[in-house]
Ligand binder design. Structure first.
Ligand SMILES: C[S@@+](CC[C@H](N)C(=O)[O-])C[C@H]1O[C@@H](n2cnc3c(N)ncnc32)[C@H](O)[C@@H]1O
Length: 200
């Protein structure tokens, strides 16, 4: 689901970039460590700050990234120009990722899955494109925030079948992603690191 005008503005400003860099990414790095040379995918890349973080802080060798919103992909393309040979960008949907099975060492989600009506389909796709033992890093917005009357007024999110931390963890496990670490703040935001179970 595309962002409404208010959320689009909130996602495209220096404050958002600072939160992503200094809070969200830092915590994911503490929980899951860097990649040191791997091939990464970012779903819902927004304006490309995440791609830069994945290259510079998580030390991925290359990153593929996509977003449902062509305007975001245009902004990301501009921001990631200096990394041109290490980045591939496209307009796309996290419930139908155009990559073969077992392609990526890591997949990153900076707050996009709560925008997807059929969020379990996105988890299934992430699981499919990860290599065995590949790592999923996620920062997500939880049901109490999505359902809060103020955020309902301000933002546009899918309303049915939203997840709290436990439900998201269950969704990961059921798809074959084993939880390594998770943290929650104010029952509204949570971080997850999970690894794709290697075939037994
Ligand atoms: C809350 S914004 C986060 C953007 C960016 N990851 C960040 O942290 O700044 C959610 C993003 O997910 C994108 N999005 C929503 N549904 C999507 C889907 N099904 N597939 C890919 N991207 C999607 C939106 O266009 C938007 O850019």
């Amino acid at each position: 689901m595309l962002l409404n005008r208010i959320e689009y503005a909130l996602m495209n400003n220096p404050v958002r970039a600072a939160i992503q860099r200094h809070l969200e990414a830092r915590r994911l790095l503490q929980m899951g460590g860097p990649l040191r040379g791997g091939y990464a995918l970012e779903i819902g890349c927004g304006r490309g700050v995440g791609g830069q973080i994945i290259l510079e802080r998580f030390e991925a060798a290359t990153v593929d990234a996509f977003d449902l919103d062509p305007r975001m992909v245009r902004l990301a393309r501009k921001r990631l120009e200096p990394f041109e040979s290490r980045v591939r960008l496209w307009v796309g949907d996290a419930t139908a990722i155009p990559a073969p099975d077992s392609t990526y060492d890591a997949v990153f989600d900076f707050g996009i899955i709560h925008h997807i009506p059929r969020w379990r389909s996105a988890i299934a796709e992430i699981h499919r494109v990860l290599k065995p033992n590949g790592r999923f890093y996620a920062e997500e917005v939880l049901k109490p925030f999505v359902d809060h009357p103020i955020s309902r007024r301000l933002f546009e999110h899918p309303r049915t079948d939203r997840f709290d931390r436990e439900e998201f963890c269950k969704g990961l496990t059921e798809e074959g992603l084993d939880l390594i670490a998770t943290k929650e703040v104010m029952q509204s935001f949570a971080w997850f690191v999970a690894d794709k179970r290697a075939a037994g």
